[in-house]
Design a binder for this molecule. Sequence first.
Ligand code: ADP
Length: 741
Amino acid sequence: MPRASLAGVTQIEFGALLDAIPEAVIVADHTSEIVYANTAVEGLLGWSPSELVGSSLHSIQPDRMHDAHDRGFRRYVSTGTKTLFDGPIHLPARRRDGTERDVELSLAEVADADGTPLVVGVLRGATEQVDLERHIAILRYLKATTAAHTRLWTKVDPSVVLQTLTDVLVDDFDAALARTWIHDPETNTLRLQTSGGITTRIKGSTREVIDIATSPAKVAVVAREREPFIRVGLGGNPAFDQEFVARERIVSVIALPLVAGDQLLGAMVGFFRHAIPDEVAETIGHLAALAAATINDARLVAQEREAREEADRARGHFELLARVSERLVSSLSAEVSAQSLVDTVVPDFADWCIVDLVTDGPSLRAIASRHADPRVADHIAELRATYPPAEDEEPPHPIHRAISEGETVWESVEDGDLAARARDPRHLELLRAVGIGSHVVVPLVGRGAVMGAISFVRSASRPPFETDDVATAEDITRRAALAIDNAQLYRSAEQAVALRDRFLAVASHELRTPLSVVRGHWELLGRRLAAEGSDPDTQRQQLEASVRRLGQGIDQLQRLVEDLLDADRLRGQAVDLKPTELDMTMVVRETIEDLHDPAMRDRVRTILPDEPVDGVWDRARLAQVIGNLIGNALKYSPDDGNVEVEVTTREDVVRIRVTDSGIGIAAEQLDAIFEPFTRAPNAAAQHYPGLGLGLAVSREIVMTMGGRMWAESPGEGRGSTFTIELPRRPAAAAEAERAAP
Ligand code: ADP
């Protein structure tokens, strides 16, 4: 298309032409001096053309733009770079009265007659439409930010806020590029968080992490100085990638620190292809401040939530401990304490809790157990009855591990672990039915010794125990150990007191009976000796009877006193034995002969081997034990009841059995009667005299001799049999003999 030519149009005509158009036209020379202005300038900015001509372009620019203008203009003059010539740009202009208004500026280059370049600017007032759009944009921005603020309370996350800020800058404010960074106070760096708009790479700011103290990047500078940076005209500014500015036709930038109180939270930058008016910059500043406050809120909320969760956990821990402690001290029985403990921790803290105590033997004694699901109780009972935790299990059972190492065992349990533990298919079935996901087994330590362990078990359907839970389990167990230990101490103290009371009652009663017999016959004896004129034969018979009764009383007293002395002497000490070569049958015969009362003697039948039964024993102690058994057998039988003493031998063991047809012993008393001061209820109820010491002393002696002793009875009223088994020789002597050639 041929170009229309204006050649030949006179200057006057040209001026009239320019005055006729509605746009303001301003022409400046290479020094920024205004050489021409048309009349529309007055309508737009309030300056008359004559006022403007001869003055600098600064007159129609807000002060803050002067530097950028000068730089750009100088560059244009020296290098011909025309940053702003590609299309209309929006920027603020200064009116004559000093106020600002937005204008749309298009630039063109002409030359005067000498060929000196002149810059022509055509200015149009930004239309109301533009203003309206901007207001709508601001409203949209406010709405979006408010929405982001609301979102915080459901999803507390600073990245959501920054993404919103970025989106709003790009979508609602037409930023060509918007980016946000988050501040890491540890390293004092900015980490790129969001980026929106053009996806072009920007030289110098593609690094994800920017060091605030040293980086020359503008975003680092605003973060460092905590001052906003707003600039229209970026051409030639070394802080920005010029290649990017030119390519993307970037006109203005806003870089802001994100600050809440005195805390730097991050920074944001927006690049625009138009000049951002002041009130828009101000709005962006407010919204950045709002974003910063929101991020700060988010952080505070997160911190608060964390602190609350922590406090909840701690409160849960203490509440549980308080409940456990309260229940533990409410009883002085180990079983009751343990049961209330497991009732407290199940189901809130664990699904299954079991308290085991070590015993004298290899097995454990479960004193309390509870599972959250009552249907599992049967499985547990079968598990414990059929497959009790054994010390020698491989892999070692966690309870035995905790007990032997004295340390908490804390682990999660996989099906494979159960399979490894199971001794047979039924065992595995039971382990699976109980459902073990994780467990904490804590040893019960009382006064330096491991008394047992408490196992806390969670099923696989529940989160496993964590570090906090282990601390809770250990606290609970420490308290339980104290309570159980106290209960046991209390029980033995109670037993000791009861024992002492029983001893005092029994001893005073038992000693009084033979004493009054002795005293009565002694008085009788005295009276009879003083009596005169009676028949000497009768007197002699009476004297003999009295002497016999005296002897019996003295025997009984002596037995009682000896038992008492023995019981006291033997408490915790080994019996001092003086073994010699003996014939057991002789000892039995002599013991029977030693009975003072011939009527008693006559009631005892013996079944003895024909041959002597030789061995090495302490004669006095042996006689004491046998005498004790025969004495009891006679005492606890009717007056016409017979007593049988049988001696048998088997290899190196001699067995003595004393059987009577007396009051018998209930099954549950067969062991108890060997405890000091313990008498079966039937003996006490029928007023048989006795201290309950003889058997305890006897068993102590027999055990020291390397033998054993026990009682059997078909039941009350049906007689009893007491058996002693003794090695023929003390262990040391037998050993020496065997070693001899
Ligand atoms: P004591 O005879 O002085 O009571 P022991 O220690 O000798 O004390 O016996 C303890 C208890 O054992 C007796 O009180 C009695 O209850 C029971 N006992 C002992 N021997 C017999 C027996 N032959 N028949 C029935 N009960 C017996």
